[in-house]
Design a protein around this ligand. Sequence first.
Ligand code: CO
Ligand code: CO
Length: 407
Amino acid sequence: MSSKGQKGKKVSQDLDDDMEFLLAASAANKAKIAESIEKSLIPDSVFANLPTAPIDVNPSRNFGPRHIMEYDEKIGYRPKEEQMKNIQKLEDALPDFREAGIIHQSVREWALNSEIIKPGVKLYDMCGQIEEAVRRMVKFDPPYRGLAFPCGCSINHCAAHYSPVPGDETILGSSDVMKIDYGVAINGHIIDSAFTVSFNPVFDPLINASKEATNAAIKMSGPDARLGDIGATIEEIISSYQLELDGKIYNIKPVYNLGGHQMDDYIIHCGNHIPLCKDRSGSENNERMKYGELYALETFATSGKGIVFDDGATSHFMVSRSPAKIKNGSQKELYDCIQNNFKTMAFCQRFIERSGMRKYQLALNDLVHSKAVTPYPPLSDIKGSYVSQHEHTFAILEHHKEVFSRE
Ligand code: CO
Ligand code: CO
């Protein structure tokens, strides 16, 4: 079928009509995008019980210390010059770390107490609500004030990096074991913290295993603490727990190929890796913590094999460190959007949509294919197993540690 031409009209009139049509179409398209962002925004009523943003409570930002922990033993030496520089850098950023820590804790408590997290909720909505609560409390201003990575909600045998992609209709079940892991970043200063939720008390030992291990590991941490010793303690604690399911006993073990990590400005993983088990290579892990380092200490306890592998649709992405060729057009448009909004921090499809981009999936596939963007797929243990996780962020300062993600 073709449209009928209008005989007898002047050419210029036709051109005017075309132009008018194009302008109207463009306006309609813009309105459609604005409307779909509006629609994807969550009603205010959901956030009725959300605490006031810390920056509104304390505009001068002189936030008090979070959870201060003394070093276990007297450290035998003062920080070296390079370490003193790193301590200074952390101290300069204390208002950011403390504000982000307050926000992380407030959103966690709000989500647990205002029924954002409960059996029957759609995980896609739950993650979006947690992320939006962070945006409200942090006064969202990407890339300076926002989320350090997507809200993860890894379920049961999935240990990490699962967050529903658009179209994922998964509902939280009453016997699920869910790891909620999200990050708050202010000026690139990241708080990475996670906890495990279950509504069935049979999983309490599994949850307590990672909680106790993380707390013990943070207690051991400090200048000169050997990463190998921390890993051995984590394994010993986690392995002392058992899970009883339907009359069957399961030994709990750490996830051997996951661990804690150091962080830097806008960078979620760098430097030291904190193992979750004792050295098995024969060569001792003599790497030690130092003054002026920032850690996200996380442990995972599992009733499965203790090894996780890539599993399922990817929601977590990050720009690659190595430079890549970006084609002009939709690829360049998406790449610019990613850099402007997230810099080198992780993002997901929800984040891209929230920034106003539509029809980005092909361009995203292309960026992954050309290695400009790295995918971080969900990581799972064997089907039928259950994994718990517990994580906090702390800094090794001159006289003590400060755990920012709790008070
Ligand atoms: Co985390
Ligand atoms: Co982490």
